[in-house]
Ligand binder design. Structure first.
Ligand code: ZN
Length: 244
């Protein structure tokens, strides 16, 4: 992705940070160094979330060249879209499932070590246990947020995959995109009423991404139609040649 810097490479996948990501770090640094560490830890799990998508994508022969970390989350760049809806379903599910696995696996160890007082403490990073607990709960937030059934979230892709089996990808995409627009307007209103600037920013991003996704799918379908027509013309041409 343009404007991004390579961080490291893992399993043949380049992990990049987008230049705008540093603005986010600065924003959190302004709140205190602890918050900057917290947001860094969040993106550690975002990276693993994207790697989970990538590993499943590879199983279906889709190559993932790079993962880019943006202020609003991570993006895994795949060289093509999954062919079958069930492939898209499993690739999309892998990310949130990873975060849920972290929540399930670490619940009892954290409960045993820190006790309920700390484990169920509202957002604070004043002590190391509280810091660890916040990172832990952020995995649940990542899972829930990504499972929202609206584009461009993983849940939106899962919804599209499920619908595509019944109504084809264009119509399925249309519905997932509408859901994306509805959620983005909802987030925008809530963000505005609560004075939550980041939520408003996320809302705008969701709206634009959802529209982009629809444009891409429509373009792909148009290409497919063109090829189908060309194939038909080729066949007619071959028949003529045969007769001649
Ligand atoms: Zn995801």
């Amino acid at each position: 992705m343009r404007g991004s810097i390579k961080l490291f490479k893992i399993a043949g996948i380049r992990v990049n940070v987008h230049a705008t990501f540093f603005l986010l770090l600065l924003l959190f640094l302004a709140m205190g160094i602890k918050w900057m560490f917290l947001i860094s830890a969040v993106f550690f799990f975002v990276t693993l979330h994207e790697l989970a998508h990538s590993i499943v994508a590879r199983k279906f022969g889709i190559n993932v060249k790079e993962i880019t970390l943006l202020p609003i989350g991570g993006v895994a760049s795949m060289n093509r879209m999954p062919e079958k809806p069930y492939q898209e379903l499993l690739i999309s599910l892998a990310g949130p499932l990873f975060n849920i696995a972290i929540v399930v696996i670490f619940f009892f160890p954290l409960y045993a070590i820190f006790g309920p007082e700390t484990l169920f403490h509202p957002l604070s990073v004043n002590t190391l246990p509280l810091f660890i607990v916040q990172i832990y709960w952020i995995n649940l937030m990542l899972a829930v947020f990504n499972l929202i059934p609206a584009f461009p979230m993983d849940g939106g892709r899962m919804l599209r995959a499920i619908l595509a089996q019944k109504m084809g990808s264009v119509k399925a995409t249309r519905i997932a995109v509408i859901c994306g627009h509805v959620f983005s307007i909802l987030f925008l209103v809530v963000g505005f009423l609560k004075g939550h600037f980041i939520l408003m920013l996320i809302a705008v991003f969701i709206y634009i991404s959802a529209s982009n996704e629809e444009m891409q799918v429509n373009m792909q379908e148009r290409f497919k139609d063109r090829y189908r027509n060309r194939d038909a013309e080729d066949k007619i041409g071959d028949e003529k040649n045969g007769k001649d």
